[in-house]
Design a protein around this ligand. Structure first.
Ligand SMILES: *[C@@H]1O[C@H](CO)[C@@H](O)[C@H](O)[C@H]1NC(C)=O
Ligand SMILES: *[C@@H]1O[C@H](CO)[C@@H](O)[C@H](O)[C@H]1NC(C)=O
Ligand SMILES: *[C@@H]1O[C@H](CO)[C@@H](O)[C@H](O)[C@H]1NC(C)=O
Ligand SMILES: *[C@@H]1O[C@H](CO)[C@@H](O)[C@H](O)[C@H]1NC(C)=O
Ligand SMILES: *[C@@H]1O[C@H](CO)[C@@H](O)[C@H](O)[C@H]1NC(C)=O
Ligand SMILES: *[C@@H]1O[C@H](CO)[C@@H](O)[C@H](O)[C@H]1NC(C)=O
Length: 801
């Protein structure tokens, strides 16, 4: 009896043959009639070995779940639950009544759930070492077993009989029935389905064993293998053939997770066997859920208007396309909505001018077509969609053009399909106004969710998983006032305050360096989130003023109040002892510098979008946020690119923090050589026009895809781009500068206009430079661009700044 598991295993072949068995006898502790547990105390009934327990877990503050869990590990991972759809309040009770019923009652005594023992009185209950909770009759035959009523998890020795099913939970920490199902149908076929959420009925089969008339039982063997047998006990299908070496050293479970994937996990029983965390084994089904679902109804793996992308770690994550935002920021599988006003159908070309496209490679929504054209060009396809008020997305590949309408369904990202998705977004006034103050906080979470990217190496993943769980448990204890807030937020902002230790853990001891500047080093890190992990960039400020404490708070607050789609969002900070750190969203596509000066020349269309994005971000900093922020260090290294290649300005608001504006010596100048406006070196006040100057230089770099200063060129007159361009412009030979970039050359009118804007921005006299507002208007075509004075004298000083 020291090892009941082994005992059970010996019994296993016998048990398989007996319809009603007598497992309860293997238990050491019988639960007697009249026993009860209350949702308040930490009370639970443990199995003889202590490995499993049944009792209440507090899932949300004041919301309890009657559950069975792994009791010897800190995570207390739940394997079965009774009332996921209907959490009970503090004071609820589960009782084995004196008349032999097992019932869950709310505090008022109203029945919430009961185990169906077939009308026969229960004599005793037992929590077994296998994780099975049984209710037995006087004759010790099991009237009810949790193993026969699984939720989303199965355990070693557990068997699924014909007609059994697992239903995925709604989200990682929401035990309500979710959107996927794993069913051993009574016809013998074993199938993974999407459900018609919120109904439990099945919708689309995305995986099956095709064992109609032959499948009989699904067995989770001790060895770690999960397989389907026929009634003659021959193995019909290796559902998951992960073998677990030294299985007695590991806890095991298999679960249909909320993302629709059936995975198997192991957890070492002691640190000697590995990292103390659940790690998922290499085989799971389906291999790629993003591309497995092909239903003509339903949203697919990620919900309507979103798309699903399989990460390097083989886990799916859901994303909203550009111009779209989460329907419910807390539900990453809930789909997205357009955040702009739809195109009117009665306004013709005028209205079409207000729309433009964001392009994405490899993204497709195969089940939302309403028109298909063959033998057309991409431009034709664009125009066709632009002029059509029904068209939300156009997909182009090799002369084929598909028009799609909303809601888009079954979105997936798959680079192998070589399709170009053109997503139509409104460019004027593109966001819908927020409905109320409350929705602002939600937008914040959107950002966090959008950033959610999963990880590659499994060791690292384990570390993060453990971290996630530890943080989650810690959070549960702190979650008294707010479900959303993880730690104290700075007053008046959504900023989270981190401890140094938290950030040290999140960055794995500041190991992965993303970049280094004179004042700071940036590290990559990850933070656990309710249903995934968010990559972050942690900036460690090195040279902080000693008394900068108050200042730091004030500046961080100012940065935290900014919110614009062309800025990198600050998520939090750490101000502890001599440590000053800032936590930002992680930008997956790196900096504009690498994008521009890499091997291949990025296309002109993407570059113009980046130009506009950068200009709009700066305009916001200068004129639209509550306190004006002068960046002081605009350069391609500080302009980052997100998943959609949208320009996002980083490092703003740091100028004051570093106190360099007061010490304008050469070494104290915050800007970077080549991008710095001339007035930095003079005794005139520094204004927002310094950023306009730097923007002008960056604008030229983006237009011509080369660095402003290129010491290695043969022709000395070409060493400084800004000078070369001035000369080229005077001589009307900009084509020489565009080199062999035919695409850019083909858009000469715009090229010339942008060059003129850049020349205006880089005027020596700050007062002659336009404001960012004017710059944006000129770039967008809303304001005329005049010819700079010394290039065409009669037009001198026609721009008012
Ligand atoms: C549990 O109770 C049943 C019925 O009263 C009895 O047959 C069985 O021996 C008990 N088991 C243990 C371990 O006490
Ligand atoms: C529950 O457990 C926690 C931690 O083990 C302990 O701090 C707390 O006092 C316990 N509460 C009750 C009501 O026993
Ligand atoms: C879980 O999700 C369901 C479906 O959206 C929702 O109704 C329920 O309130 C959620 N439960 C919790 C505890 O958040
Ligand atoms: C068991 O049944 C399966 C299908 O039901 C059949 O293919 C197989 O040959 C049978 N095996 C034996 C040993 O009878
Ligand atoms: C089931 O597990 C036992 C013990 O781990 C092992 O000997 C046996 O080969 C396994 N059976 C199958 C079909 O994998
Ligand atoms: C945005 O749109 C609304 C209504 O569509 C309009 O009233 C408002 O003037 C627009 N704002 C700007 C800045 O274009």
């Amino acid at each position: 009896m020291e090892n009941p598991l082994r005992y059970l295993l010996l019994l296993l072949p016998l048990l398989l043959l007996l319809p009603v068995s007598s497992i309860a006898q293997s238990s050491g502790n019988n639960i007697t009639l009249g026993s009860s547990l209350t949702a308040r105390d930490n009370d639970s009934w443990a199995s003889p070995s202590g490995e499993f327990a049944i009792g209440f877990q507090e899932i949300i503050p004041g919301g309890f779940l009657l559950a069975i869990w792994f009791d010897k590990i800190p995570e207390k991972t739940i394997v079965w639950s009774a009332n996921g759809d209907n959490l009970v309040q503090t004071g609820s009770r589960v009782e084995l009544t004196s008349n032999g019923k097992f019932v869950l009652n709310d505090p008022s005594g109203k029945e919430v759930w009961r185990a169906d023992s077939g009308g026969i009185g229960i004599s005793y209950a037992a929590m077994l070492d296998t994780g099975n909770f049984v209710l037995a009759s006087q004759e010790s035959s099991n009237l009810w077993e949790s193993f026969n009523h699984p939720t989303d998890t199965i355990l070693p020795t557990q068997i699924l009989n014909l007609g059994s099913q697992l239903v995925a939970r709604f989200l990682e920490t929401n035990y309500s029935n979710g959107r996927f199902m794993f069913a051993l149908q009574s016809d013998g076929n074993l199938v993974l389905y999407t459900t018609d959420f919120p109904m439990d009925s099945n919708n689309f089969a995305y995986w099956s064993t095709q064992t109609m008339d032959s499948g009989f039982q699904v067995i989770f063997n001790q060895s770690g293998r999960i397989y389907l047998i026929g009634s003659n006990r021959s193995i019909l299908n290796d559902v998951l053939s992960n073998e677990v070496n030294m299985r007695e050293d590991f806890y095991q479970r298999a679960i249909l997770e909320y993302d629709g994937v059936f995975r198997q996990y192991v957890y070492p029983k002691s640190a000697a066997s590995g990292t103390m965390a659940w790690s998922s084994l290499s085989k799971f089904i389906p291999e790629n859920i993003c591309t497995s679902i092909g239903a003509s109804t339903g949203g697919g793996a990620c919900g309507f208007n979103s798309y699903c992308r399989l990460g390097d770690d083989q886990r799916p994550s859901c994303h909203c396309p550009p111009g779209y935002t989460w329907l419910d920021p807390l539900d990453s599988l809930g789909g997205c909505r357009q955040n702009f006003v739809q195109q009117r159908c009665d306004a013709g070309a005028q209205e079409a001018d207000l729309f433009d496209f964001s392009e994405m490679l490899g993204v497709d929504w195969p089940y939302a077509d309403y028109q298909h054209f063959k033998g057309v060009t991409q431009d034709w396809c664009r125009e066709a969609c632009l002029g059509d008020c029904f068209c939300a997305v156009a997909i182009f590949r090799d002369g084929d053009c598909w028009k799609k309408k909303v809601p888009l369904s079954n979105g997936r990202y798959d680079l192998s399909n070589e399709r170009r998705a053109m997503i139509k977004v409104r460019t004027d006034n593109s966001t819908l106004p927020p409905i109320d103050e409350g929705s602002k906080g939600k937008d914040q979470s959107t950002l966090i969710l959008t950033g959610s990217v999963l990880l590659s190496s499994s060791a690292f993943f384990n570390f993060l998983l453990l971290l996630a769980i530890v943080l989650f448990i810690r959070r549960c204890k702190h979650r008294k006032t707010s479900v959303l807030q993880t730690s104290p937020a700075m007053e008046g902002t959504n900023l989270r305050s981190f401890t140094y230790k938290e950030l040290e853990e999140a960055t794995n001891g500041f190991r992965d360096e993303l970049g280094r500047g004179a004042f700071a080093t940036v590290y990559k890190g990850a933070l656990p989130h309710d249903d995934g992990i968010n990559l972050i960039a942690v900036k460690k400020l090195e040279r902080m003023e000693k008394e900068g404490d108050k200042e730091f708070g004030a500046e961080v607050k100012a940065i935290g109040r900014t919110n614009h789609k062309n800025l990198v969002q600050l998520l939090g900070y750490c101000n502890e002892g001599q440590h000053r750190l800032l936590v930002y969203e992680f930008m997956s596509n790196g900096s504009l510098a690498t994008f521009l000066f890499g091997n291949s020349r990025p296309d002109w269309c993407k570059r113009t979008r980046i130009i506009l994005g950068t200009a709009r971000g700066l305009l916001y900093l200068h004129e639209e946020c509550s306190t004006q922020i002068i960046h002081c260090d605009i350069k391609p290294q500080n302009i980052l690119l997100d998943d959609f290649l949208t320009a996002r300005i980083s490092d703003f608001g740091l100028a004051k923090l570093l106190k360099t504006d007061q010490t304008r010596t050469m070494t104290g100048i915050r800007g970077t050589k080549g991008y710095v406006a001339p007035e930095w070196f003079k005794t005139v006040p520094v204004t927002a026009k310094v950023d306009v100057y730097s923007f002008g230089i960056v604008l030229l770099e983006i237009i011509f895809c080369r660095k402003n200063f290129e010491p290695d060129v043969r022709d000395e007159s070409q060493m400084i781009l800004a000078d070369w361009v001035q000369d080229g412009y005077k001589e009307k030979r900009l084509d020489l500068l565009a080199g062999n970039d035919e695409e850019t050359f083909g858009d000469m009118e715009r090229l010339e206009k942008f060059v003129m804007i850049a020349i205006w921005c880089t005027r020596e006299d700050p007062s002659q430079r336009p404001t960012m507002k004017k710059v944006v208007q000129m770039l967008e075509g809303a304001a005329e661009v005049s010819i700079p004075p010394d290039l065409f004298f009669s037009y001198a000083s026609s721009i008012q700044c």
